[in-house]
Design a protein around this ligand. Sequence first.
Ligand code: ATR
Length: 285
Amino acid sequence: TQHFIVIGNPIAHSKSPEIHTQFAAQAGIEISYQRQYCPDDAASFTAVIEAFFQGGGVGANVTVPFKQVAYNCCVARGGLSEHAKVAGAVNTLLLNKTLLKNGASIAEAIYGDNTDGQGLVNHITSLDWPLKDARVALIGAGGAARGVILPLIEAGISDLTLANRTLSKATNLVNDLSAASETIAKQQIKTCTTDQLSGAFDIIINATSIGLSGDTLPLSDELSGHYAYDMMYGRTLPFLQHFAERGAQTSDGYGMLIGQAALSFERWTGQAIDVVKVTEILQTH
Ligand code: ATR
């Protein structure tokens, strides 16, 4: 049996154990996948992670509020993937086998990846929404937005506008990311405030934390999109309702959740997952 955990605080609500249990059933391998609570400080996080891998654990997912802590932890140990580096955050931990072979201890070999952004791209692709040459508007400039920018650009979009309530956070994010990645610098991302976002886009993505809270985004009547995606999931997302009423196709972020999990699972086990099939099974539960 291969052992996995998801670490967060709070953690009781995490759907990762049921998702990964379905993946393992599909791949025909035996796993245990547990929710791991951790006090909200870096020292506790590091202690929990080290104990997990030293005890023979194969992989861990990291969720709120530890994604940046996990990033710092890996910088000082087994290293980071390009996506984790640019995102400034880690959602997937594993051991760096090369370092282990070269004599590093288990604690020194803890390596971080980030599959969130590619999970979004894979889900959008599975919906048959065209990303290649798409004009994309991304709303939000926090950790969630940061994590998806490089994968969206790598998917071949033609044009990216980043909108945020606080304009300075959007421009700072673009400056940061452009310094961190040549691919991003070349894209020349435009920025504006959310209420100034206007014009016709192919895909409009909500990466703010507004979700199911009572608040709504101040969206202009001059803003239109063929497709609208909310990275949150739930029954009635006001952002999606707004665009559905205007004829757009819409999706919540449940498929992104499954998509990022599938990429973690593939990274850990080498087994490819049929995400569409697993999503169908999970939705009928
Ligand atoms: P996350 O990691 O989920 O991205 P975050 O880093 O706290 O969380 O970022 C939250 C994002 O949602 C920000 O873009 C924030 O806008 P500001 O930068 O202006 O704060 C956005 N957000 C949160 N609540 C919002 C609201 N009520 N209206 C508009 N934007 C909101």
